[in-house]
Design a protein around this ligand. Structure first.
Ligand code: PNS
Length: 173
């Protein structure tokens, strides 16, 4: 341990959990709940200016995530532009948390983690396995299923389901 490093018991770890969150699902919530058990502070980092066409604006995604995690101590919601590792460094985070659902996620995640490590070796990516009940949930599939009239209850928080129904099916709550 370097001379200036605090003793392990004093070291406070901040992690970023980055993503598009379009929209926030129960899989994301599961990751947040697992993640906050490991670190002192967890920042959900919503990417602005994604190349991908989003269903919800960044402000709507902030509102949805905040609504769901608002009651969890030491969890915050923020947005970022540009490089994730620079956002992490600015936020005082030493850890990036990403979820792995299936082996198909691994290649993309490995590539990102290695690139991020090359850019900022001091920031470590930590992968958490999604809970079995959530391993098939993705924002993309949830949107597709609801658009086609399928049942998504239990896959997203109720407040998110309401917004999805309104946006995609024109239902008024
Ligand atoms: O939920 P997603 O869409 O899988 O999240 C992808 C995200 C936001 C983690 C990734 O696109 C990202 O980190 N973008 C920021 C730009 C960046 O840092 N690129 C270089 C990292 S390889």
């Amino acid at each position: 341990m370097a001379h200036d490093d605090p003793a392990p018991s004093q070291k406070r770890i901040t992690a970023i959990y980055p993503g598009s969150f379009d929209p926030f699902t129960n899989g994301h919530l599961d990751l947040v709940q697992r993640g906050i058990r490991l670190v002192d502070r967890l920042i959900i980092g919503i990417l602005r200016n994604d190349q991908k066409e989003a269903l919800f604006s960044v402000d709507e995604r902030i509102a949805m995530a905040t609504d769901v995690v608002g009651g969890i101590p030491n969890v915050e919601v923020a947005t970022f532009d540009g490089l994730l590792v620079e956002f992490a460094a600015r936020s005082g985070a030493s850890v990036i948390i990403r979820g792995i659902r299936a082996i198909s996620d691994y290649e993309y995640e490995l590539q990102m983690a290695l690139m991020n490590r090359r850019l900022r070796p001091d920031i470590e990516t930590v992968f958490l396995l999604a809970g079995e009940a959530h391993s098939f949930i993705s924002s993309r599939l949830v949107k597709e299923v609801i658009r086609l009239g399928g049942n998504i209850s239990g896959l997203v928080p109720p407040s998110v389901e309401g917004r999805l129904r309104k946006r995609l099916l024109g239902e008024h709550q």
